[in-house]
Design a binder for this molecule. Structure first.
Ligand code: PGA
Length: 218
């Protein structure tokens, strides 16, 4: 049985109060899976503390990191600052590329900074032709057309793209993101090359996210 990687991406949602309410309602059991929550910088601290109290084995990820180290970079959050609260960082999400003009060059610098501070990296690519910087731990294939649209890629095509990414990059954990729900997750997980999923919208509701994890790891 393959080890699954499931990363919920909350995007710019949830205050610390919302996150507490989510944690109160979240209850799931799983085996053979790493479960990660990608949350805003402002709630990583409260989430870390509350998950520890609850004994919840979910790991935390930031959704971005500065391409610079510590210093005079107003508004940026450095890798060292992230590492205080999270083990993971999501880099290159399609929304960062689309709305914030992040280029492969900037993203490579973010990867470099993340590596320097010991953060593990989930690196997003929107097709098989996008270069993956060295040192990335997990690659997420998330095609633009499928993000937040309710129109996921087909499991067969996602599997073919992911097999191509694995052959090209030597990264052994490659996951699929784009309109994944508890209803369709099994169809992706059952594909040979797909190691997990990156649900956005479906991670916002604690009950739906629990169902998704359980459907994936069943
Ligand atoms: P979605 O987001 O599940 O809401 O489509 C996926 C993603 O953030 O990659």
């Amino acid at each position: 049985m393959k080890h699954l990687f499931i990363a919920g991406n909350w995007k710019s949602n949830k205050t610390s109060g919302d996150a507490s309410a989510w944690l109160e309602k979240f209850s799931a059991t799983w085996e053979n899976a790493t479960v990660v929550l990608c949350a805003s910088f402002t709630i990583l601290g409260p989430l870390q503390w509350q998950m520890k109290q609850k004994g919840l084995s979910i790991e935390l990820a930031a959704q971005d990191v500065s391409p610079f180290g510590e210093g005079a970079y107003t508004g940026e959050v450095s890798g060292r600052q992230v590492k205080e609260y999270a083990n993971w960082v999501l880099i290159g999400h399609s929304e960062r590329r689309k709305h914030f003009g992040e280029t492969d060059e900037v993203l490579a610098k973010k990867v470099e900074q993340a590596k320097l501070t010991g953060l593990k990296i989930i690196y997003c690519v929107q097709d098989a032709n996008i270069a993956v910087p060295a040192g990335v731990d997990v690659v997420a294939y998330e095609p633009y057309f499928a993000i937040g649209t309710g129109q996921s890629d087909t499991p067969e095509n996602a599997n073919a793209v992911i097999a191509g990414i694995k052959a090209k990059t030597q990264v052994s954990t490659v996951i699929y993101g784009g309109s994944v729900t508890h209803e369709n997750v099994a169809s992706f997980i059952s594909q040979e090359s797909i190691d997990g999923v990156l649900p956005g919208g479906a991670s916002l509701d604690p009950e739906k996210f629990a169902k998704l994890i359980e459907a994936a790891s069943a």
